[in-house]
Design a protein around this ligand. Structure first.
Ligand SMILES: [Cu+2]
Length: 543
């Protein structure tokens, strides 16, 4: 079947069919799959459709995935009080499932194919109903195969009066990475790549089992790259140029997108002088972490992964894959006389380890769209260092976990090898039944140890955990659902095991998760009718 791969794809359906035929590995069904017409009329139900949508990148229009409402709106943003009552209809020619990233919900509603449900077959509808415990910036995405790379993802803001009151204007910015190469071909290329000489390190390095001496130590011989720093004198995050290794990334993209638009044709958002503007930024990318530059606008960092933190200021921030960040900026009330027609404020996102950028532009007055769009830098002047703990170390939860004795400590040692592109948690490659076990009621601590020279954005399903230690330093850190573990870092997280189920814990880089860097957090005694990892040969876990 691999001979059918085309380096460029014009048909989402064709490439997806190839994928679906061999990917019954990870994920699983129930009797919940139904026609939408059988759903209850007692509550207001919203119809969501997983379908192909045209997308134009670098002058070429192709069909990509999307999750849209009947009117074409990307995603769905409910009021918290209304709860979640959606019917997801699969209009693709391949199966799918939709996961509500970061929300705490009943296990059967988690949307993970082959774990909490059967995939939604083409033409079928799955009804998701659950109360909304959280408010803020979340997102939804396919948890089937490599469909996130086909952009089967969308924003989900959970609104409340408090969320609405956070600024005069609010905008959602969803970031994705785009390649004209199919995700299946990308993964196959990674698996076929020759193992590199770790001494010279001239090629990107996904990681190795043991990497003694590979700690990234800045030296004068290293290239100048962009990184984030904390400006102690002014108590703010800033952009800096440092001599440091270029970040290791193992997929080269054709473009980065903000709200599905390239840097040449960005979203232009109208604001007024004096407005407070909340930017809810979602990293829905697959292999691209971001540095966010708010330029001349000083931003307040108000929340990460939908969870409030004690506010911090700056104009340069880090955002790892699958994370979200809420940044509030204030438009100056006195606009410069040199911009009598209005002012432009580019918000630039640069991909980690690349000069590719995307972004949006805030404008005031009568600035033309073309003038606004031209204000966004089309490429970065230099590449970047890897994401690090500069920002994470300073985040403090506004509502930390109550102090409690740790009942269970779970290790999660992250390793990998270029030999066939395999990734592991605790030396084990998913699919497996050898997963992490907890008991209801326990306070659980997880120790995430990254032994590779590449960062891994680790996501735990079922709501939030708290970051409690970074590289040996105890903190009352952010509440999150996705934590970036930088190269060679050790990060401890803690949470209360209060929601029985089988919850995936995995790297949110799909190429890593599909190559083994995935496990389950399984409550003792809990099974689902859908989870049969032993039935899937590991060599079929991806392609
Ligand atoms: Cu990873």
């Amino acid at each position: 079947m691999r001979s059918n791969f085309s380096p460029t794809f014009t048909s989402f359906v064709t490439t997806s069919l190839i994928f679906s035929a061999s990917t019954v590995a990870h994920c699983v069904p129930t009797g919940l799959i139904s026609d939408a017409s059988t759903a209850s009329d007692d509550v207001k139900r919203v119809q969501l459709f997983v379908r192909e949508t045209p997308l134009t990148v670098n002058g070429k229009t192709i069909m990509m995935g999307s999750v849209v409402q009947a009117d074409g709106t990307q995603g769905y943003s409910p009021n918290q009080a209304d709860g979640m009552h959606v019917d997801v209809t699969n209009q693709l020619n391949v199966p799918t499932s939709i996961h509500w990233h970061g929300l705490s919900l009943p296990n059967s509603m988690d949307g993970v194919a082959f774990v909490t449900q059967e995939p939604i077959a083409p033409g079928k509808t799955f009804s998701y109903d659950f109360p909304l415990k959280e408010t803020g910036t979340y997102w939804m995405h396919s948890h089937y195969a490599l469909q996130e790379q086909y952009l089967v993802s969308a924003p989900m803001i959970v609104w409340s009066d408090a969320e609405r009151a956070k600024a005069d204007k609010q905008f959602v910015i969803t970031l994705t990475d785009f390649s004209f190469t199919t995700p299946e071909a990308i993964l196959q290329g990674l698996r076929n790549a020759p193992a590199m000489d770790m001494k010279t390190g001239s090629k990107p390095m996904p990681g190795m089992q043991e990497m003694p001496g590979m700690q990234a130590m800045p030296t004068a011989n290293q290239p100048q790259v962009i990184a984030q720093q904390w400006d102690e004198a002014n108590s703010r995050f800033v952009r800096a140029m440092v001599n440091a290794p270029i970040a290791n990334t193992d997929v080269k993209y054709d473009a980065l997108l903000a709200n599905r638009r390239t840097v040449d044709d960005p979203d232009v958002m109208k604001v007024n002088p004096g407005d407070t503007v909340l930017l809810r930024i979602i990293a829905a990318s697959c292999e691209t972490d971001f540095f966010i530059d708010t330029g001349s606008l000083d931003a307040e960092l108000l929340a990460v992964d939908g969870q409030p933190i004690q506010p911090l200021r700056g104009n340069f921030f880090q955002l790892a894959i699958a994370q979200r960040i809420d940044l509030r900026v204030t438009i100056p009330s006195a606009i410069s006389s040199t911009t009598s027609s209005g002012a432009v404020f580019p918000i630039t996102m640069q991909g980690e380890g690349t000069t590719l950028t995307c972004g949006v532009v805030l404008t005031t007055g009568s600035t033309s769209d073309s003038a606004a769009k031209s204000a966004l830098p089309k490429t970065a002047s230099m590449t970047t260092a890897a994401l690090d703990n500069t920002q994470e170390m300073r985040l403090r939860a506004t509502a930390p976990l109550v102090t409690k004795k740790i009942d269970r400590t779970l290790p999660a040692v992250l390793t990998g090898t270029m030999d066939g592109y395999q990734w592991f948690i605790n030396g084990i490659k998913y699919p497996t039944r050898d997963v992490l076990t907890v008991k209801l009621g326990e306070r659980v601590e997880m120790v995430l140890t990254n032994k590779t020279p590449m960062g891994h954005p680790m996501h735990l399903h079922d709501g939030v955990f708290q970051v409690i230690e970074i590289d040996g330093k105890s903190i009352s850190g952010a509440q999150r659902d996705t934590i970036e573990v930088p190269p060679h870092s050790i990060i401890k997280i803690a949470f209360d095991a209060d929601n029985p189920g089988i919850w995936p814990f995995h790297c949110h880089i799909p190429y890593h998760a599909d190559s083994g860097m995935c496990t389950m957090l399984k409550y003792e005694g809990v099974e689902t009718p859908h989870w049969h990892p032993e039935e899937v040969p590991s060599e079929k876990s991806g392609l």
